[in-house]
Design a binder for this molecule. Structure first.
Ligand code: Z5A
Length: 225
């Protein structure tokens, strides 16, 4: 959690395929820039040259034969480079960091769905993220049928995770909802089946209430869970 004397804030966007994370990162960044905030838009896996190189290996399924535990460690290694190279320096400058996927993706994809021991997942988080947890995590919630239809309508090649079956995507949604329920101080579940405009308004209200108002009033953001 950031201190009240630091103006930078760290927001992560989570959810299943086609939930609208990338769209909403862009919209929130535009709103914050209009307020004069410096904003860094980033993503995982990726967000730094080293991590972007690893993204290719992870999303093409090249690491899949190594097993989900090894994949979790590779996602963590990419995150470590991202933290060191991009996220921590941006927060230290007072920038707002908006990140498309972060630790909850590892908890859900490798942990809940990949059966990686939660103790290993937590230990990797502890080593890589430490106390630099997100101030706010927006979990965009959409029925998997809707999200996958959006992704397929784009007509781009699918990645290793998008190719899993519908039951897999239903379990992903359940796992995300459980995280949001379990950590209400850090996470907020957003109904992402609405239009992009409606979802953006809901997100903007949450950011104002949870982060901008406390900042104006000289308080630290609500404690991360
Ligand atoms: N992964 C992991 O396993 N472990 C980890 O630790 C991490 C990641 C960090 C990254 O995929 C994969 O890595 C991910 C988990 C795994 N699995 N998958 N797949 P990615 O970055 O390639 O894909 P993604 O993160 O799932 O993004 P996406 O499929 O592009 O979805 P999105 O960002 O949520 O949605 P979008 O790009 O904003 O929108 C998708 C389309 O829907 C687009 O045409 C929009 O114009 C449209 N859209 C957006 N919002 C709406 C609304 N509200 N209504 C209608 N249409 C909309």
């Amino acid at each position: 959690m950031r201190s009240m004397t630091t103006t930078g804030r760290f927001i992560t966007f989570e959810g299943g395929e086609g939930a609208g994370k990338t769209t909403q990162v862009r919209r929130l960044a535009e709103r914050l820039r209009l307020l004069g905030r410096e904003v860094v838009e980033t993503r995982e896996p990726g967000g730094s040259p080293g991590a972007e190189a690893m993204r290719h290996i992870l999303l093409k399924g090249i690491a899949k034969p190594l097993g989900t535990e090894a994949e979790a460690m590779l996602f963590a290694a990419a995150r470590d480079d991202h933290m060191v190279t991009t996220i921590r320096p941006a927060l230290a400058r007072g920038s707002w960091v908006l990140c498309d996927r972060f630790i909850d993706s590892t908890r859900v994809y490798q942990g809940a769905l990949g059966n990686v021991d939660p103790r290993l997942i937590r230990e990797l988080e502890h080593v890589v993220v430490g106390t630099d947890m997100p101030d706010l995590t927006l979990v965009l919630d959409v029925p998997p049928e809707t999200g996958l239809a959006r992704v397929h309508a784009r007509g781009e090649a699918t990645n290793r995770f998008e190719e899993e079956n519908l039951q897999y995507h239903r379990e992903l949604r359940t796992a995300y909802r459980e995280i949001a329920e379990g950590e209400p101080e850090r996470c907020l579940l957003i109904d992402a089946s609405q239009s992009p405009e409606v979802v953006a308004v809901r997100i903007w209200m949450a950011v104002q209430e949870r982060l901008l108002r406390p900042l104006r009033e000289g308080q630290a953001p609500r404690a991360a869970g």
